[in-house]
Design a protein around this ligand. Structure first.
Ligand code: PEP
Ligand code: MN
Length: 447
């Protein structure tokens, strides 16, 4: 294939309809921004994307577990050292527990450093007499309900790039500068177990991990893996103009990579087979994922496999299933069987958040901790029943002490939601709920 043909490949999505794109008011301004973005350095390297593809290949083969998590929507004003640190710390703590419980490596991926745009169910929002464009994420417009804030502004795409760059810089510093040290991470888990009201429940598991670490130390084992954690970035590839401006040809291989993040996924609302998002994902070599909701059909699954993983390459394609606790046991098994018939080495990831959202009487969008856990249980049951590997979980969470989801060990009730309801979009598990979930998922996995 020559360079011109590759150009056509990478641009072929432009000929197809793309759902959920903003109505940018000034096309010339957008063009200028995209040209500038196309000249910026990559946020991640193609070789790193290849490494992550190899790690996910192990998930697809049943030799690793995957933990993906972070905000529903990142916001520019939340990029502080403390917030990024606490999110990464929470994910590392969850991963330590899951590593012990699954006895396999845990591939740690943030919904982070690029998760700035959102698909929405309606293009407009009405409040009283005023109708305005809906908030589509900080990459597009502002949350404030004023005409000025809600006007899509392409300059925000540049802020998204810089926000992603500074977040990635912090993450790289944290995980190589001591935060990734397994013993340190375990100490934080000990604090959680000792100081949380339900900590006693997890005492035995924490003590087992203590013993394993002490045993290894006594043997003189001090592998590099204990000091350094691998941590990858991911986001929904929603704004195709941005993703395309960050797509580069790798000089080593001549392949195209979306260098805005290590892994990108296609959401439930933009996975139409004959639309632009699937076409774009087909044109890049990153590991990619697609969300599958309860209405997914046989043709959807087979079509996505053929478009996105024609070579049946382990690690290339993950399905993130988000069925809802009441549907997962009925719907998921047939999808797993269809993929198996197509001999597709899928990494199966459970998103137990998006099928379990409801509105509280106070108007807050929320999720119940028990529903989230039950969907993970249903996901494990479905895979165990078929002999396939329950590859991992995908969670909306924050390292902060928010009150957005109900239930959990530090129980939050429906009437507590208003206290610290801070999300820019969907409700996230707070730090305690996230750790609680990791311990409970660990117990479920081990059963
Ligand atoms: C999300 O992950 O925030 C999201 C919008 O999910 P889905 O595409 O599954 O609805
Ligand atoms: Mn969400």
């Amino acid at each position: 294939m020559n360079a011109d043909q590759r150009m056509t490949d990478v641009d072929s999505w432009r000929r197809l309809p793309a759902a959920q794109q903003p109505d940018w008011p000034d096309p010339d301004a957008l063009k200028g921004v995209l040209e500038e973005l196309a000249s910026y350095p990559p946020l991640v390297f193609a070789g790193e994307c290849d490494q992550l593809r190899e790690r996910i290949a192990r998930v697809a083969k049943g030799e690793a577990f995957l933990l993906q998590g972070g905000d529903c929507a990142e916001t520019f004003d939340a990029i502080t050292a403390d917030q990024v640190r606490d999110k990464v710390k929470t994910l590392l703590q969850m991963a330590a527990v899951l590593t012990y419980a699954t006895s396999v490596p845990v591939v740690k991926i943030g919904r982070i450093a690029g998760q700035y745009s959102k698909p929405r169910s309606r293009p407009i929002e009405v409040r009283g007499d005023l109708t305005l464009p809906v908030y589509r994420g900080d990459a597009v417009n502002g949350q404030e309900f004023t005409a000025e804030a809600r006007r899509p502004d392409p300059e925000r795409l540049k802020r998204m790039y810089h926000a992603s760059a500074s977040t990635l810089n912090l993450i790289r510093a944290f995980v190589t500068g001591g935060y990734g040290d397994l013993r340190q991470v375990h100490e934080w888990n000990r604090d959680f177990v000792n100081n949380s009201p339900i900590g006693a429940r997890y005492e035995a598991l924490a003590r087992d991990i203590d013993r394993a670490l002490t045993f290894l130390a006594a043997c003189g084992a001090d592998p590099g893996e204990f000091h350094l954690a691998e941590f990858w970035s991911s986001h929904e590839a929603l704004l195709l103009d941005y993703e395309a401006a960050l797509t580069r040809t790798d000089s080593r291989t001549g392949h195209s990579y979306d260098v805005s993040g290590h892994m990108v996924w296609i959401g439930e609302r933009t996975r139409q087979l004959d639309h632009a998002h699937v076409e774009f994902a087909a044109s890049v070599r990153n590991p990619v994922a697609v969300k599958l909701g309860p209405s997914s059909t046989r043709d959807d699954v087979l079509g996505l496999i053929d478009r996105l993983d024609p070579e049946r390459e382990p690690g290339r394609l993950s399905f993130i299933t988000r069925m809802g606790r009441d549907k997962v046991r009925d719907v998921l098994p047939s999808l797993i069987e269809i993929a198996a018939e197509a001999e597709a080495p899928i990494a199966w990831i459970c998103d137990p958040m998006h099928g379990n959202t409801f509105e509280a009487a106070t108007g807050h969008k929320t999720r119940h901790f028990d529903d989230v856990l039950d969907e993970v249980a249903g996901f494990f049951e479905a895979h165990r029943g078929l002999g396939s590997h329950p590859g991992g979980i995908h969670i909306e969470l924050t390292g902060d002490d928010v009150t957005e989801c109900v239930g959990g060990g530090h129980p939050i009730g429906l009437t507590d939601l208003h206290r610290r309801y801070q999300t820019a979009c969907d409700p996230r598990l707070n730090r305690y709920q996230a750790l609680d979930l990791a311990f409970q998922v660990a117990e479920l996995y081990a059963d």
